[in-house]
Every structure is written in structure tokens, then in C-alpha cells.
Ligand binder design. Structure first.
Ligand code: DGJ
Length: 752
């Protein structure tokens, strides 16, 4: 997978992709190519690729005696601003007097590594059985005695390249890293649109598309979390591309804290993508021989349009970021009590909800919030993780046994990073709250953030959580985080004389430490991440939590947009989906139980509504829906997922499909938000993934060849138009329809 030509060209390649870098004439690393596989390269090929127009006129040159060579027109692997290139660079370091260093990292040597183990201490990609190769390139700046190691990893059967950078201070003096981005991708034209995933609480990761032109465009977070507003995932889509055709590049980072993902287009239409820890409010001091490693970035490529890049990301993340044990087991069908009861319940009312859920087919009861001492509303008690004796007079163990004795799994909600001021924890440790020494501290949901840069805080919270986990034998944790960090300042860092600019990174590293501790002691604990809904839907979280609660908006129609955006870069199996009440609690929209089920059955499935309020008909539909989901769960959680209508340009309709490896079975959904009678006589959905060699039966009725379905299309359900009552398959607003398509033996069908 790693080919080295003439000791100065490095070709990472497999059946899906080639990534080529080389030593430029100044002995720094230049970038040559990332895209469809090039096959084995010869020196002639390399010479041909290296030949490019020189744009030296009007630029500053790198060498005194070479009037042609300038970094401003070279594609680079790890550019430094101000060294004949004026675009934003990937790294900035200052010396102990805060003088900027114009770094000159020159090649020293390379090594190859054939293993990349999963290490719970810090989130990163991993591989098993030598499925990956890593090229480790050591560079050195001799003026300042600083080493830079760049790690590139390529994986079998994947178009993803993972990379990270490590800085080692070899000098006697301390230095401070002001910026150390994780990913860089340079392309030599701007033939792309920039796609990002942005929104707010209740409307996370909506698809936004921007035209690129000379200048910069970026998305970022400075909230201490990746955030509801933006996501580190960004795509570059070839302008003429669409859902299934055209080049698309994608980039993401395995990180949950402050980030930036940006693209800069220069005067010659060169494109530079940078992504990593946000350099605002960040710096990191290194003494002699100390080092700092950036989080890992993953770059992906596909020439099969948006569906292609979504499939690349999704299978990569399932195999090399999320713990693989979660692919082998069924995701439980969850009943979550939040929207059913909020804080208002007794142990008996919960047990009766659990019984009801069990009778309808649910498998795991998640007790969401409100179970710990005095937590009767969302303004209190965070940090004291002890049972509320009023709600649980016989204790939490007794309650958990009542749930588990029914054959249900039990999950519990925690918000480990938070503290309320009315707690014993606060009384004992007021200095554990994040905030400046001045009096005013901004407040969110009535709560404050615990200083996770302080290891003692993590130990305390872990000890409390461990006691509860052992008491209740839970197998599932919902890990929430409901407010962002303001006035970032740590008393602990002050005491240790560590710069406050290290706080944000130390905080999120502390969050990872707590995840690590839990999973080291309880390796089979299933953790569902959540941050006021989708405020931390990122790869750092997915490394520890295979599933994320994607939004506090559980409305089926809003979820169409959230899910269509999210799944362009994250796997179906990571997206928790619940059927909630109608009218919906966030938008007050009324939708049918079918529509809600048809949306929520894509991905891990659950219910979050008052089961005691359900009529007989709804109960029957839920039971049937769950039975059907169980039969098709594998496909609906881990099947290949494709969108069948362009979600970057949604009008009134969405359509999704999942299919198995040999495409002998597919489930396709169709959603129409508002009724549209008589728009055409008959309309069809394009289904590019069905096999032309097979014959299929649709919903146990029509038998059609794969050829016809592929070329002619799948007929959309008949819309009610006032005169076709007998025939209409959908009517009113908020429509949905499911096609279950299964391969059949053509001859048997014809004989039959
Ligand atoms: C916010 C979450 O997103 C909800 O699902 C729920 O867990 C509440 N917090 C509980 O306070």
C-alpha cells in the first residue's frame, strides 16, 4: 500500500485511491495527487506530474539565487505562512519571547508501520490484522531545533487517508505552539462547491452549499464542543457533480472540542483545505524534549458523487473509528422516558411504562434524567450522583431489578461534565467550576461546567458513576452535555502554572479520560452520546459511543433534513432515532404513527412517548412495526445507505434506500412533506443500486426485473387527488411510504 519511488516520492495506494507526496527542491514535503488510483507509478509518471507552470512572476522567492522557486505556487503537505507563501499555514510556533518562527521543516527520514491499535486513552483511527499501513515522515527545522512528524495512514479497501502531526521541541528553550492543524488538502483548481453542515439546537447539520471563489470560507466552534451550529465535517463537491456522479472530497477530524474547517482559494485557483483544533484561544507550551500531537484528520475521496463519499465515510467510520464490537450485536430497541415523563415520575410509574414497552416489543429501558437526588427539574442537583430516595424509596438496585427481571436491559442518563450550585459537590469544591475569578459567570440551563482539565475532578465523577453502575448493572449509558463553556478558566491550571490557553484542549482530553476509565472497567458498556441533542455529533464521540442522539427535535419531518445532512458523513448505525408523540413536543406538528415509524426505523430505533396515552390502534401499529424492524434490523442499521433524491436541493420530497451486500434485498422509503395532487400522471424514483441481473418482488406483490427498476425507476406512491380514493396510496400532508424489495427466482414467479 506504500510505494516509494527514488527515495523522494511516496505513493499511498490501494484499489480505491492514490495519494502522492514528494520532496520539493527545498527538501520540504510537497503534495502531488489525491484521487482515483493511479496504479504503479514510474519515474516518468512522476516527472510528468511534477511538471507544472511556474507562477513566480510577482511573487517572493524562496531562495536568493533561484529566481523561480516560490512556495506560493506549490501544493504543499504542511504549509507555513510567511515563507514565500502568504496563505494561512497549518502550523505556527513562537519562541519563549513570543517571536514568530518561520519554520523550515526538512525531510530527515521515513518509517513504515503495519499496526495501528485501538487505544482508549485518546480517540484515533485503528485497524486490525494489518489492514493499514502508516508512513511516518520525520522532518526537522535546524534553525530552531524542532522536529515535526507527519503520520499518514492508508487502509485496505478504503479511500480514506488519515493523518496527524506531532511537534517535538529539541531545543533548550521552551516554545509555544499557536496552531497545529490536523488535516491539509491542496487541490490545483477551484472546481468545487463547499458543503458544510450547520444549524442550531433543534435543527442541527442542515446541508449548506457555497460557491467557492478567491478568498476564505470557514466553519468553526469556540464553544468547547463541536457544537450545534457547525460540524467539523466538510465536503468539496465538483460543480458539475450530483448525488451519484462526480468527484467529492471530504474532511473530518477525530475530535470533539473547538475546531475550524476552512478552505482558501488563491489567485491561481489553488484550493487549500485546513482542518483541526481552532487556533483561537489555544496555545500549547513545550519545554525541552516535550511533544504535542494533533488530533487525527481523515480525508476521503469518491468519484461517485455525494452518495459515494457518504459510503466511504460511513464504512470507514464503522470499521476504523467506532468499536467493532457494536457491528456484531443488535442495537437494542430503546424505550426512553424523557418525552414521556420528563422529571415527573415515580419508580412505579416507570416500571409500568417499562412493562408496557416490553409488551410492545421494546428491549432496553433508558431512564433519562430525574433519577438522582432532588432532580425534580432541570435547574438542580448535577454533580451529586446519588439516588433520589423520594422517587426510589426502595433504592435504585430494587428498581433496576424490576426492569431487568422483565428481560429488559437498563440504561441510565448522566451529565458527568456538569455541576449545579445546590450540590454537596459544589459546597466541597467551589473551585472545580470552570470560570474566571471575577464574580459573574454565564449560566446555561441553570448549570455550570466542571473543570475536566483537573484529574481530581474526573476521579471524583468516575468514582460516583462507578458506584451507580455497579449498583444497577446497567448496560447502557446516555451521556448528555447541555451547556457550552464560557469564561474559560481553570483554578487548577493556575495552581499548576499552566497557561489558560491550554484549557479547552485539556478539558476535552479530560472528557476522553472519563470515557476511557468507564470503558476500561466496563468494556461492554454501550454509551449513547448526546449534547442537548446534536451538539457534539463528531468522530471523537463516535470513537467511544457507537451511537449519538442527533437532535432534541424528534419531529419526523425535521429529522428528514437532519438525517439527510448527517448521513453524508456519518454512518446510519450512529444515528439514534425515536418515535415520539404527536403533536410533537418541539414543533407541535401532527404526523401519523406510520410516518414517525418510517423515519425512525432508519438506523437504531426507539420510542420516546407516553405509552399509556396510546390507543389500541396505535399500539397494534407499534407492535407490528417493531416486529418488522426486528426482522430487518441488520439491514436498517448496518446496510449500505444511499439517498435517492438530492438532499442538497430538497424541495418537498426525500427518499432513502438501504441494501445488503449482494443487493438481494433493499428497503426504500419515500417521504413527501406537503400533499401535491396532480403534479404529474406518474412519477418515478431513480434507484441506481439495484442489480440488473436480478428480479425483484416489491412489497410482496409486483414482480419486476432489476433492469426495469433501474432504468425505468420505482413508481412513487399514488397521491390522493380527490377522485382516486380507491387507488391512492398517500394522502394529506406528511406522507411516507416504504418499499421492501426482495430478490425472487424469475422462473418460479413466472410459473406461479
Ligand atoms: C437533553 C437531551 O438531548 C434530551 O434527550 C434529554 O436527555 C434531556 N437533556 C434530559 O435533561
Amino acid at each position: 500500500m506504500i510505494e516509494i519511488i527514488n527515495n523522494n516520492v511516496f505513493h499511498l495506494m490501494n484499489d480505491k485511491v492514490s495519494y502522492v507526496l514528494y520532496l520539493m527542491k527545498n527538501n520540504q514535503l510537497g503534495h502531488l495527487y489525491y484521487g482515483s488510483p493511479l496504479g504503479k507509478l514510474t519515474q516518468n509518471d512522476v516527472d510528468y506530474m511534477l511538471e507544472r507552470n511556474n507562477k513566480s512572476a510577482g511573487t517572493v522567492k524562496f531562495y536568493k539565487d533561484d529566481g523561480m522557486f516560490t512556495l506560493s505556487d506549490r501544493l504543499q503537505e504542511y504549509p507555513v505562512y510567511g515563507t514565500s507563501d502568504f496563505k494561512e499555514g497549518a502550523i505556527e510556533i513562537v519562541d519563549s519571547k513570543r517571536t514568530p518562527l518561520y519554520l523550515d521543516f526538512q525531510f530527515v527520514k521515513y518509517e513504515k508501520e503495519f499496526t495501528k491499535e485501538r487505544n482508549l486513552a485518546y480517540p484515533a483511527t485503528y485497524s486490525e490484522n494489518e489492514e493499514s499501513q502508516t508512513l511516518k515522515i520525520r522532518l526537522h527545522d535546524s534553525n530552531h531545533n524542532i522536529d515535526l512528524i507527519i503520520n499518514y495512514t492508508i487502509f485496505e479497501n478504503s479511500a480514506v487517508i488519515a493523518r496527524s502531526q506531532e511537534v517535538i521541541n529539541k531545543s533548550e528553550d521552551s516554545i509555544t505552539i499557536e496552531k497545529l492543524y490536523s488535516g491539509v488538502l491542496e487541490l490545483n483548481n477551484n472546481n468545487y462547491d463547499f458543503i458544510h453542515f450547520s444549524g442550531a439546537w433543534l435543527k442541527e447539520r442542515h446541508i449548506k452549499k457555497k460557491k467557492l471563489t478567491q478568498g476564505k470560507v470557514s466553519v468553526e466552534s469556540l464553544k468547547g464542543a463541536s457544537g450545534h451550529q457547525h460540524n467539523p465535517l466538510v465536503l468539496l463537491q465538483e460543480k458539475s457533480g450530483n448525488l451519484n456522479h462526480g468527484d467529492v472530497y471530504g474532511s473530518n477530524i477525530i475530535y470533539s472540542g473547538n475546531f475550524v474547517s476552512q478552505v482558501e482559494i488563491d489567485e491561481w485557483d489553488n484550493l487549500r483545505l485546513l482542518t483541526g483544533i481552532n487556533s483561537d484561544y489555544f496555545s500549547w507550551k513545550l519545554g525541552k524534549n516535550e511533544s504535542f500531537k494533533s488530533p487525527e484528520a481523515i480525508l476521503a475521496y469518491s468519484n461517485e458523487g455525494l452518495n459515494g463519499i457518504s459510503n466511504e465515510f460511513s464504512s470507514f467510520i464503522e470499521n476504523h473509528v467506532i468499536d467493532r464490537q457494536w457491528q456484531k450485536q443488535n442495537r437494542p430497541i430503546v424505550f426512553n422516558n424523557w418525552e414521556a415523563t420528563y422529571h415527573d415520575f415515580t419508580d412505579e410509574s416507570l416500571v409500568s411504562l417499562a412493562e408496557k414497552g416490553k409488551s410492545l416489543g421494546m428491549e432496553c429501558f433508558v431512564l433519562d434524567d430525574g433519577w438522582f437526588k432532588n432532580r425534580h427539574n432541570d435547574r438542580t442537583s448535577l454533580g451529586d450522583w446519588v439516588t433520589d430516595e423520594k422517587k426510589f424509596p426502595n433504592g435504585l438496585r430494587d428498581f433496576s431489578e424490576k426492569i431487568q427481571d422483565q428481560g429488559l436491559e437498563l440504561g441510565l442518563w448522566f451529565e458527568p461534565e456538569m455541576i449545579s450550585l445546590d450540590t454537596q459537590l459544589y459546597e466541597e469544591h467551589p473551585d472545580w467550576v470552570v470560570g474566571h475569578p471575577y464574580e459573574r459567570k454565564s449560566v446555561g440551563r441553570g448549570q455550570f461546567v466542571l473543570d475536566f482539565s483537573n484529574p481530581e475532578v474526573i476521579e471524583n465523577i468516575y468514582a460516583q458513576m462507578k458506584a451507580i453502575i455497579e449498583e444497577t448493572n446497567i448496560t447502557y449509558i446516555k451521556w448528555d452535555m447541555n451547556r457550552n463553556i464560557t469564561e474559560a478558566y481553570s483554578e487548577y491550571l493556575k495552581e499548576k502554572q499552566i497557561d489558560q490557553t491550554e484549557f479547552f484542549h485539556r478539558y476535552i482530553s479530560g472528557v476522553y479520560t472519563l470515557y476511557n476509565k468507564i470503558l476500561m472497567d466496563f468494556p461492554e458498556m454501550f454509551i449513547e452520546a448526546c449534547a442537548g441533542g446534536g451538539g457534539r455529533y463528531d468522530l471523537g464521540m463516535l470513537f467511544y459511543s457507537p451511537q449519538i442522539w442527533p437532535s432534541d427535535d424528534s419531529d419526523a419531518v425535521e429529522r428528514l433534513a437532519i438525517m439527510s445532512g448527517t448521513l453524508l458523513g456519518y454512518p446510519l448505525s450512529s444515528f439514534s432515532n425515536h418515535v415520539s408523540a404527536s403533536p410533537n413536543h418541539q414543533v407541535y406538528r401532527e404526523t401519523s404513527i406510520e410516518m414517525r415509524q418510517h423515519v425512525a426505523m432508519f438506523g437504531p430505533h426507539g420510542y420516546e412517548l407516553d405509552l399509556n396515552e396510546l390507543g389500541d390502534e396505535e399500539q397494534e401499529k407499534i407492535t407490528k412495526g417493531i416486529e418488522w424492524y426486528k426482522e430487518n434490523r441488520k439491514l436498517l442499521t448496518h446496510g449500505s445507505f444511499k439517498q435517492l433524491m438530492d438532499p442538497t436541493n430538497p424541495e418537498n420530497e426525500y427518499s432513502w434506500g438501504v441494501f445488503n451486500e449482494d443487493v438481494s434485498e433493499a428497503i426504500i422509503s419515500f417521504y413527501r412533506i406537503l400533499a401535491k395532487p396532480n403534479s404529474a400522471v406518474t412519477e418515478y424514483i431513480e434507484v441506481p443500486f439495484l442489480s440488473e441481473e436480478k428480479t425483484y418482488k416489491i412489497n410482496d406483490t409486483e414482480v419486476v426485473s432489476g433492469q426495469t427498476l433501474k432504468k425505468f425507476g420505482l413508481r412513487k406512491p399514488y397521491q390522493y387527488n380527490g377522485a382516486n380514493a380507491g387507488q391512492a396510496q398517500v394522502s394529506g400532508d406528511f406522507q411516507s411510504y416504504i418499499y421492501h424489495i426482495i430478490e425472487v427466482d424469475e422462473k418460479e414467479e413466472n410459473n406461479g
